[in-house]
Ligand binder design. Structure first.
Ligand code: NBG
Length: 830
C-alpha cells in the first residue's frame, strides 16, 4: 500500500461547475425541491450534503485503512463537544472555499447567507467542550486513528437572550430541521443496563462469577459525524450516542394493558440524552447526569469490544489496540465499566483485567475548583450502578491495602486517598477513581499541573510521579484563524506561504516584518476592517453605533466569579466616575465588550450580567461620556459569534484570580488574532506571556502563592475597598442605585459577597488592574507601536496550536503514530 503524502492532496473533480451540478442534484434528490421553491435553508442543506459526499469518500477510505492495518486507535471520551458550525470549517479543511463560493454565486446565492443558516451544534458548555472539538480537528489533521465518543444531546447549550438586562434561557432546538452532517448507524446499537441488583453464580468451569440483573434497559444508537483533516484524506469519526427505549420493554408493559406505563418507559429512557447540563465548572449530584455519563461510556466501550471482534484482536490486547482518554472525570466510570466487561462478561481474572484497564485509561483534569470535582453520593451511585459500586469497592480495597503498606498504616493518609469520602454522607470521588485507574494523569497548563501535583492530587503524585505530565491546551488555527479571520489569513499566506496553517510555529516569520511600516499598516488596516465588521453587526442587534477607532476591550467567556467579569465592570464604572468628575484629560476612547453565558442556577453570575447591562444602559445614554466610553453585552456568545469577536479585539481580558483558571483557551484565540492580553499569572496566560514576551503583555495582580498567603493571613476585603478612592466610588455608585433607577437592593447580594468574603480577591487586585489598564491606554495612544506588539503576539502563538498539544499527547500518553490514509480505498477514485 502506498500512502499518498498529504501535500499531494487536491480534489481534482471539484471545480465550481462540478460543485454546482452536485448541489442542484442534492436540492432535488434530498430536499425534493427546485430552485424557485427552495428556501435559503434548503440551499444550505443541499450544499451541506454536497460537501458531505466529498468527506464520505475520505471517510470510507479512512475506515478501510484503519481496519486493514488494525491501527492503534485513540478513543477520546468526552461528555461535551462544542463543535460550532460545520459547513464553514469543512470547506476550509477540504480546501474548496473558493470553488464553492463561485458555484453558489453562479446560482445567484451568497455563501455567507447559506453559512448563516446552520444551527450550530452546541454540545458543550465552554472551554472543556471546545477543547475536545479543537482536539478532534488536530487528530484528523495529524492523521491519528481516532474515535471520538460522546452524547448526542437533543438540546445543546441553551440560547441566551437578554431581557431587561437579565439573562433568560431558551432551549436550543438544533435538530429541528435535521442535521446533514450525521449518519445514524442503527446496526451498531448496543444495550445499556441500569439499576436492579447483582447475583453471584458458579459458571460452567466452576468459577465464581457475578451477574448484573438490571432494572431497566436502554438502547444506545450511534450517530456518526465525519471529522475531516486539513487538506488530507483523513476523515475520522465522531460517534455520538442517542438513547432509545428498547421495543421489547415497551411490549412487556403494553401487554399488561399499561399503555401509559409503556409510553412513559419510552419517554424516561429517551430522556437520558435529551439535554446537556448547562453547568460549567460545577458538579451537582443529579441522577440523570450519572445516567448520561454511564450511558455513553458503556456504549463506547461496548463499541470498542465490537471493533476488537471485527478485527480479531483478543480482549487481552485491548490496551494495545485502544488508548482511551478521559476528558475530565465525566467519563471516569469507564474504569469500572471496563473492569465489569472484562471480568463479568469476558471472564477474565481480576488482576489481568486490572492490568488491561489501567494501561488503557488516561485522565485529564480540567479544574481545581472544589465545587467542580465530581463526587456521587454512594446511595445514588449504588442505586443506578449496583455492580459498578461493588467493583469500585474492590478497586478501593486493593488500592488502600497498597497505601497502608507503603505508609505503615497511616490511616489519615488512607482516608485522604480513598475512592470513598467517608467524612459525612459517603461519596464516590471520581477524580480518585480516575487517578487510580489510569496510567497517565495530566493538567492543561504548567501552573495547573503544578497545583495538581502539589495540592489537589498530591497524594497520588507521591505514589506515582511517573504518571503525571503537563499538556498545555491549544486551539485549532483552522477555525480560529483561517475560518474566523479571512483577511488576516490572506496576509499571512501572502507573507509566509501557507505552511503556517499546519505548522503554526511558522508565524515566527512575522518577526522579520516588524520593522516594515507598510506591513504594519496593512496589519492595522485588517484589524480596523474586522472591528468595523463587528461594529456593524452589533449595530443591527442593539442600535448602538460603535466607534471602530476606539480600543475594543473584550471579555468573552462563561460567567463565573473566579473569572472576575465584575472586576472588569467595576473598572468601567471607575473610569466613568473619573470622566464625570473631570479628572480625566486626554482619555483614550474605549468600547468594552462582554459576552458569555451563566449557569441558569448561578445567581451571582446572573446578577453580574445584569450589572453589566445596567451599566451599559446608563453609560451609553450619557451624552457627556458616550463618545469616550461604551459598554456592550453581546447576547448568546457561542462559537459562531466568537468567529466575529476574536479577530476584532484589541485587548483580551484574562483576569481570573491566580490559581483558578486551569488554562483558558480564549486567551490563545485572541492572541493569534493579534489582540494584546491584560492578564494575571494564571493558567496558560503565564506561558503565553513567556512566548510573546513580557514587553508585549499587560501583566498585573497577585500571584497564586500571594493569593494563598493573603487568604491565610486573614483577608479583609472592606479594608481594601476603603483604601482605594476609585474602587470606593465605583462601589458607591452601585450601592446608591445609580445603575438601577434608585433601587438600592438589586445589586446588594453582589456587593455583600465582595465586602464580606470576596472569595476571588476582586478588591485586592483592583488597584493593580486599574493601574495596568492605565498603561494599556497609554500604549494604545502610540498606535504604530501597538501594532508592533500585536504582530509580535500573533507571531509567537505557535505553541498554542492544538496540533502541538496533540503531538505531545501522542508521544507522552497515547504512544500512537500517524496512519496516512490509503487512497486506493476511495470508492470513487478516478
Ligand atoms: C475548563 C477550564 C479552562 C480550560 C478548559 C479546557 C472545565 C471543567 N474546565 O481553564 O476552566 O481551558 O477546561 O481545559 O470546563
Amino acid at each position: 500500500m502506498v500512502a499518498v503524502p498529504a501535500e499531494a492532496h487536491a480534489e481534482p473533480a471539484l471545480d465550481a461547475d462540478a460543485i454546482k451540478r452536485a448541489f442542484l442534484d442534492k436540492l432535488f434528490s434530498i430536499q425534493g425541491k427546485f430552485p424557485e421553491l427552495a428556501t435559503q435553508h434548503d440551499y444550505y442543506l443541499a450544499l451541506a450534503y454536497t460537501v458531505r459526499d466529498v468527506m464520505l469518500r475520505h471517510w470510507v477510505a479512512t475506515a478501510a485503512t484503519y481496519t486493514r492495518q488494525r491501527a492503534r486507535t485513540v478513543c477520546y471520551l468526552s461528555a461535551e463537544y462544542l463543535l460550532g458550525p460545520q459547513l464553514g470549517s469543512n470547506l476550509v479543511s477540504l480546501g474548496i472555499q473558493e470553488p464553492v463560493r463561485d458555484a453558489v454565486r453562479s446560482l445567484g446565492l451568497d455563501l455567507e447567507t447559506l453559512l448563516a443558516q446552520e444551527p450550530e451544534p452546541g454540545l458543550g458548555n465552554g472551554g472543556l467542550g471546545r477543547l475536545a472539538a479543537c482536539f478532534i480537528d488536530s487528530l484528523a489533521t495529524l492523521e491519528i486513528p481516532t474515535l471520538a465518543y460522546g452524547i448526542r444531546y437533543e438540546f445543546g447549550i441553551f440560547q441566551q437572550e437578554i431581557v431587561d438586562g437579565w439573562q433568560t434561557e431558551k432551549t436550543d432546538k438544533w435538530l429541528t430541521y435535521g442535521n446533514p452532517w450525521e449518519l445514524p448507524r442503527p446496526e451498531w446499537t448496543v444495550d445499556v443496563k441500569f439499576g436492579g441488583h447483582t447475583e453471584r453464580y458458579v459458571d460452567d468451569v466452576g468459577r465464581m462469577r457475578v451477574r448484573w440483573v438490571p432494572g431497566k434497559l436502554v438502547n444506545g444508537v450511534p450517530y456518526d459525524t465525519p471529522v475531516q483533516g486539513y487538506r488530507n484524506y483523513t476523515a475520522n469519526t465522531l460517534r455520538l450516542w442517542r438513547a432509545e427505549a428498547p421495543e421489547s420493554f415497551d411490549f412487556a408493559v403494553f401487554n399488561r394493558g399499561d399503555y401509559y406505563g409503556a409510553v412513559n418507559q419510552k419517554v424516561t429512557s429517551e430522556n437520558i440524552t435529551k439535554v446537556l447540563y448547562p453547568n460549567d465548572d460545577q458538579a451537582r449530584g443529579k441522577e440523570l447526569r450519572l445516567e448520561q455519563q454511564y450511558f455513553f461510556v458503556s456504549c463506547s466501550l461496548q463499541d470498542m469490544f465490537r471493533i476488537l471482534a471485527v478485527q480479531s484482536v483478543p480482549v487481552e490486547r485491548f490496551h494495545e489496540k485502544f488508548a482511551v482518554q478521559l476528558n475530565d472525570t465525566h467519563p471516569s466510570v469507564a474504569i469500572a465499566e471496563l473492569m465489569r466487561l472484562l471480568v463479568d462478561v469476558h471472564a477474565m481474572d481480576w488482576d489481568r483485567a486490572w492490568d488491561v484497564t489501567w494501561r488503557t485509561m488516561a485522565y485529564t483534569n480540567h479544574t481545581i475548583l472544589p465545587e467542580a470535582l465530581e463526587c456521587w453520593p454512594v446511595e445514588l451511585f449504588g442505586r443506578v450502578l449496583p455492580r459498578h459500586l461493588e467493583i469500585i469497592y474492590e478497586i478501593n480495597a486493593r488500592f488502600l491495602d497498597d497505601v497502608r503498606i507503603r505508609n505503615l498504616g497511616d490511616e489519615a493518609r488512607v482516608a485522604d486517598l480513598s475512592l470513598i469520602d467517608e467524612r459525612g454522607e459517603r461519596y464516590v470521588r471520581m477524580a480518585h477513581l480516575a487517578c487510580v485507574g489510569s496510567h497517565a494523569v495530566n493538567g492543561v497548563a504548567e501552573l495547573h499541573t503544578e497545583l495538581l501535583k502539589t495540592k489537589v492530587l498530591s497524594g497520588f503524585h507521591e505514589l506515582w510521579r511517573e504518571r503525571f505530565s503537563n499538556q498545555t491546551n491549544g486551539v485549532t488555527p483552522r477555525r480560529w484563524i483561517v475560518l474566523a479571520n479571512p483577511r488576516l489569513t490572506a496576509l499571512l499566506t501572502e507573507t509566509l506561504g501557507d505552511g503556517w496553517v499546519r505548522d503554526l510555529d511558522e508565524l515566527q516569520g512575522l518577526d522579520r516584518w516588524l520593522d516594515d511600516s507598510a506591513f504594519r499598516e496593512r496589519w492595522a488596516a485588517i484589524k480596523r476592517a474586522n472591528k468595523e465588521e463587528l461594529a456593524a453587526r452589533i449595530d443591527v442587534h442593539s442600535d448602538l453605533p460603535l466607534a471602530p477607532d476606539s480600543l475594543f476591550d473584550v471579555q468573552v467567556k462563561r460567567f463565573h466569579e473566579y473569572k472576575r467579569q465584575h472586576m472588569n465592570i467595576l473598572h468601567v464604572i471607575a473610569l466613568y466616575h473619573r470622566l464625570k468628575s473631570g479628572v480625566e484629560h486626554d482619555f483614550v476612547p474605549r468600547t468594552f465588550i462582554f459576552g458569555g453565558k451563566a449557569a441558569p442556577g448561578y445567581r451571582l453570575a446572573k446578577l453580574i450580567i445584569k450589572l453589566i447591562n445596567s451599566v451599559g444602559t446608563v453609560l451609553n445614554r450619557d451624552p457627556q461620556t458616550r463618545e469616550l466610553l461604551r459598554v456592550v453585552f453581546l447576547p448568546n456568545f457561542n462559537v459562531r459569534n466568537g468567529h466575529g469577536i476574536y479577530p476584532a479585539a484589541d485587548l483580551s481580558e484574562q483576569i481570573s484570580t491566580a490559581g483558578k483558571e486551569a488554562s483558558g483557551t480564549g486567551n490563545m484565540k485572541f492572541a493569534m488574532n493579534g489582540a494584546l492580553t491584560i492578564g494575571t499569572l494564571d493558567g496558560a496566560n503565564i506561558e503565553l506571556r513567556d512566548e510573546v514576551g513580557a514587553e508585549n503583555f499587560f501583566l498585573f495582580g497577585l500571584t497564586a502563592p500571594e493569593v494563598e498567603a493573603l487568604r491565610a493571613n486573614g483577608y479583609r476585603p472592606a479594608d481594601w475597598c476603603r483604601a482605594d478612592a476609585d474602587l470606593a466610588s465605583a462601589v458607591e455608585l452601585i450601592r446608591a442605585g445609580f445603575f438601577s433607577r434608585g433601587d438600592t437592593e438589586l445589586f446588594e447580594p453582589l456587593l455583600r459577597s465582595m465586602f464580606d468574603y470576596d472569595p476571588y480577591f476582586v478588591f485586592a487586585d483592583f488597584a493593580a488592574y486599574r493601574d495596568c489598564q492605565t498603561q494599556v491606554a497609554a500604549a494604545y495612544r502610540d498606535r504604530d507601536h501597538w501594532t508592533r506588539m500585536s504582530i509580535a503576539n500573533a507571531a509567537h502563538t505557535g505553541k498554542f496550536s492544538s496540533d502541538r498539544t496533540i503531538r505531545s499527547y501522542c508521544r507522552d500518553i497515547w504512544r500512537v503514530q500517524p496512519v496516512p490514509v490509503d487512497r486506493t480505498h476511495d470508492p470513487r477514485r478516478t
